[in-house]
Each structure stands twice: as C-alpha cells, then as structure tokens.
Design a protein around this ligand. Structure first.
Ligand code: HEM
Length: 462
C-alpha cells in the first residue's frame, strides 16, 4: 500500500490508510478561501507534485504549471478524462463512455451549437427578460435566499432553452429531482433507503424518467419551429447511420442541466457577496452599466450583442469572481501510459488531479492572491484558459458552457446594478468540502431603486 510498484521514481507523498487513503482529509470541510489545507500542507512538505490516495485510487496531484499544461495538452493521447467510480454510477454509463473519442467530438459540436455565440446572441432578450422578472418578484419579498433563488432562475431558463420545459405548467418538478441528486453527489456511496447517496440515485432516476417521457411525447408531435435540444435530437435520431442513441442523448441532457444550474448559481451568489463587500467595485460596475443605458438611442430596447461585448469591466469582475470562487476544486484525468516528468514517473492507470485553487491563489502569479481585485485583469486576455487561469478547465475539454455562464451573469448583474438596491440579511458564509458551498445560504433583501432611496442600509452607490 505504502510503496506502489513503479518503473521509476514516484513523486513524494503519503498514501494514507489502506482503502481510505487520504480521502477524509481531502473532503474535510474548511471555511477559508485559501488553497485547501490538504493541498497546502502537502505542497509545503513535498513540493508542487505529490502522490496520495483518494476514493480508493492512487492519485498524483499537480500544482505545477508545466505539468498542468502538459495534462491539458495531451488529452486523449497520454491522459483521459476520468472521474471517481461513484460519479460513473451517478452520471450514467452512457455519458462517461461517450465522453471519449469519436463520440465525444460529435457531442461537443452538438453542445457548442446550442451554446455558441449565434445561439447566445438570439438568447439575450430571453435572458434579460428572465433577470428583470426575477428581480421584480424578489423585490416584493422580505428576504431572498440567493443560492436557491438564482439556481431556480437559471434552471428554468436553461430547461426552457434545452427542452422547452415550463416549471409553472409542469405536473412534476424536474428541478427538485436535481436538488436531491446534488445533495447526495459527494456522499458515502451506500445505496440503502435513507442515505443521501440513495436519494441522489433516486433523484437521477426520476429526472431521467421525466426527460425520457418528455422526449417520447415530443417524438409523436409535429412542431412548426424546431429550436430546442429535443428537436435537434429527434432529427439526428432519424438520420441513417447516426451515432447518437436515445440513451446517450438523455444522459447528455441530464449532465447539461446539472452543469449549468449548479455552477452558475454558485458563481452568481458568490459574485453578489463580493459586490456587497466592495463598494468601489460596485461603483465601477454600475458606471459601466449606466453608461450603456445612456448611450442607447431607444430607451425601450434590450441589451444588444454589441453592448454585451462592451462590458469589459464586468468580464474582469466575472474572471476575478471565478478565480476566487474555485467552484471546481479538482480536475481529474487518468494516465494511459507511464509518464516521466521532471524526474518523476506517474505509472499507467493512475489518476492525476489538477488543482485550480493552487494555480489561482499562487502569490508568485497573483499579487496579494486572496484580495478581490477585478482591476488585476486590466489588459489581460479575458477569454479562454492559461497556465494561470483554469476556472473553466483548459485544453480540449475546456468548458463548453463558459460563454453561456458569462451571458447569464453579465445580464443579471446589469439588471441588478441599474435597477435595484440590496442589503445582506443573514448567512453568506462559505464552506469548502472542498467544493464551494453556502451552508446557511445567502439571504438578502432586494428593492427597486426608487423604493429604497432613503434607506442608508441598502447597498448601491447612486
Ligand atoms: C461558473 C460556471 C462554470 C464553471 C466554473 C465550469 C467549470 C468547468 C470545468 C473546470 C470544466 C473542465 C472539466 C474537466 O476538464 O474535466 C468544465 C467542463 C464542462 N462544462 Fe462547465 N463550468 C461552468 C458552467 C457550465 C455550464 C453553464 C454548462 C452547460 C452548458 C457547462 C457544461 C460543461 C460541460 C458539458 C463540460 C465538459 C466538457 C468536455 O469534457 O469537453 N459548464 N466546466
């Protein structure tokens, strides 16, 4: 256990206890935004590349920029996407199987079609409408829990876009099944009634059943306009020699709905928390958005693509938010053959974990790394990934939802800072396990600007 076989020199590190490895230390909760203590201590003791054992698997953790780069560039050649076995169970075999090789490319193109610039351009009015309606609704309530409420807004929008699902008209709540699914996602994999893991699998099962029913219903319909994911899938399934199957399409649907609403709602909630504590950032953000409104010839028109593209400070703000949020604390791969790197050998079949928090909080690259400073992105390329920025991954598997997330965040922030004031009511503290969580939510009171002018407790500059 302690000395795994290797045709060379393994990186330094500890394999922990038999079976458990260092899994418990890795998942142990902490409340800071710094590099997770598990990683930080080992970096200090062993250097930037070290070995460990997580969820029953030998893993090499990389906090080394060159090794990270190598891992992202060699995707499919030397490394392959890999997530723990419980994830395979949970996300469906079709998904995991189909995320490699030929099928993978096909699916990626399909998703890029749905969330590429052309689709996003058309989506702007819908996203703005959703943000405005949501804010209006929130301003009638005494307090809104932002994590849950933004998740609802984003889920409804994504589900409408992907499968024309309308939560107000549906008999069963699709989102609730996803919530049960997420709550047990990182839990001990014991599938007996009552456990979080069991609820997670049940949530997935029910959501999949709903999606399957919807797809089947749709197959029997004649639709005038073909504009969502189901329309696309039905067309593809009709083609002769297609590689797509109904099972693959449904698994992919599930992953897209999951990936979109959990990540973006965390990012938005974290963004509003940061904004509440940084009045100068809020001021500049507000100035950028007020200026857009002032320049507009027709005051009744919505945000145009050109206006969206001009939101430079907003994009700096979003990058800085996701740098500090570290929503994805580890990116996993499996080695396909022995790899020699900087004098160490990583044996074939081992897992490697790239650790974005160690990259994003590296004091050699980010001055005062824990400070929230969107201006540090001035003049820096804001799209894509680099050796020092990988909140959305890197290389071939770079997140296909990045632009979709940015559209949703930027448009929501636009409506928030131009139309509303808000004040934190309670919660807002974070825990990392090691994924970001708001254990008590983040409750805020929101008011339309003119209603709250007299109240100095409300945040917003003018
Ligand atoms: C703040 C929001 C988001 C963050 C931080 C995020 C982060 C990431 C990261 C780090 C990866 C790379 C995983 C890897 O290399 O193994 C990834 C991949 C992916 N993301 Fe996102 N994501 C976000 C939003 C979204 C959204 C809105 C969607 C849905 C449209 C989405 C769909 C995907 C998919 C399908 C992949 C797999 C791509 C592939 O394997 O090529 N993500 N994301």
């Amino acid at each position: 256990w302690r000395n795994p076989s290797c045709n060379g020199k393994l990186p330094p590190g500890s394999m922990g206890f038999p079976f458990l490895g260092e899994t418990l230390q890795f998942f142990s909760p902490n409340t800071s935004s710094d590099i997770p203590p598990f990683i930080k201590q080992r970096m200090k003791r062993y250097g930037p590349i070290f070995k460990t054992n997580l969820v029953g698997r030998p893993v090499v953790v990389s906090t080394d920029p060159e090794l990270n780069y190598f891992i992202f560039q060699q995707e499919g050649q030397v490394f392959q996407s890999w997530y723990p076995d419980t994830f395979t169970e949970i996300f469906g075999r079709q998904n995991v199987g189909s995320l490699h090789g030929f099928m993978y490319k096909y699916l990626k193109n399909l998703v890029l079609n749905l969330f590429g610039p052309e689709s996003l351009k058309k989506m702007l009015p819908e996203v703005e409408q959703a943000a405005c309606t949501t804010l209006e609704k929130w301003s009638c309530e005494d307090s809104v829990e932002l994590k849950e409420a933004t998740a609802r807004m984003i889920f409804d929008l994504t589900a409408k876009k992907l499968i024309s699902y309308d939560s107000t008209k549906a008999s069963e709540n699709l989102r609730e099944n996803f919530v049960a699914f997420i709550q047990g996602l990182i839990s001990f994999p014991l599938d007996v009634p009552g456990t979080a893991y069991h609820k997670c699998l049940q949530g997935r099962k029910r959501a999949m059943k709903m999606l399957k029913n919807m797809l089947q219903e749709r197959r029997g319909m004649q639709r005038k306009e073909q504009n969502d994911f189901f329309d696309y899938v039905i067309e593809e399934l009709k083609k002769e020699g297609t590689v797509l199957t109904e099972a693959i399409a449904l698994d992919l649907m599930f992953v897209l709905l999951f990936a979109s609403f959990e990540t973006t709602s965390l990012a938005l909630t974290y963004a509003i928390k940061l904004l509440s504590n940084h009045p100068l950032v809020l001021k500049q953000l507000q100035e950028e958005h007020e200026a857009i409104l002032k320049r507009r010839e027709d005051p009744n028109s919505g945000i145009t693509w050109k206006e969206y593209k001009s939101m430079t400070f907003t994009f700096q703000f979003i990058n800085e938010t996701v740098r500090l949020a570290n929503i994805v604390p580890g990116i996993f791969r499996k080695t396909l053959r022995d790899i020699n790197f900087k004098g160490y050998t990583i044996p074939a079949g081992w897992a490697v974990m790239v650790c974005p928090p160690a990259v994003h909080l590296n004091p050699a690259k980010y001055q005062d790394p824990l400070a929230f400073n969107p201006w540090r992105w001035e003049g820096v390329e804001l799209n894509g990934a680099s050796k020092h920025f990988m909140a959305f991954g890197g290389g071939m598997r770079f997140c296909v939802g990045t632009d979709f997330t940015k559209v949703q965040m930027a448009i929501f922030l636009h409506s928030l800072v131009t139309k509303c004031r808000w004040r934190p009511v309670k919660g807002g503290n974070i825990v990392r396990t090691p994924g970001l969580q708001f254990p008590n939510g983040f409750h805020v009171q929101i008011m339309e600007k003119d209603q709250s002018k007299q109240d100095p407790e409300f945040i917003n500059t003018n």
